[in-house]
Write a protein that binds this ligand. Structure first.
Ligand code: SF4
Ligand code: F3S
Length: 104
């Protein structure tokens, strides 16, 4: 599976949702997630993210992100259409510690 990681938080560009063939992105207030059981591993969303937040779970230390994505995909509504990024998206692209700021 591919997963959304911390740099999506507070940016939420949503370019990714337009290209997913199985509509497996889910939307929270501050970030999106991918449902790991629905993602077919096609990889087309990865280069679409301006924040480089989408990673394959084959990279090191991705287990916590798979669990994060699964947990919230089951709670949040599906998103299939692009919308405006969050207002501070550009300024906060690359900021560290966003996960801790928003999800602890
Ligand atoms: Fe959707 Fe493909 Fe990205 Fe998985 S890898 S979330 S199926 S676009
Ligand atoms: Fe987030 Fe990147 Fe999609 S910032 S909303 S994963 S395009």
């Amino acid at each position: 599976t591919y997963v959304v990681t911390d740099n999506c938080i507070a940016c939420k560009y949503t370019d990714c949702v337009e290209v997913c063939p199985v509509d497996c992105f889910y939307e929270g207030e501050n970030t999106l997630v991918i449902h790991p059981d629905e993602c077919i591993d096609c990889g087309v969303c990865e280069p679409e993210c301006p924040a480089d937040a989408i990673r394959p779970d084959t990279e090191p230390d991705m287990d916590k992100w798979v669990e994060f994505n699964r947990k919230y995909a089951e709670l949040w509504p599906v998103i299939t259409q692009k919308r405006d990024p969050l207002p501070e998206a550009e300024a906060r692209d690359g900021e560290s510690g966003k996960l801790e700021k928003y999800f602890s």
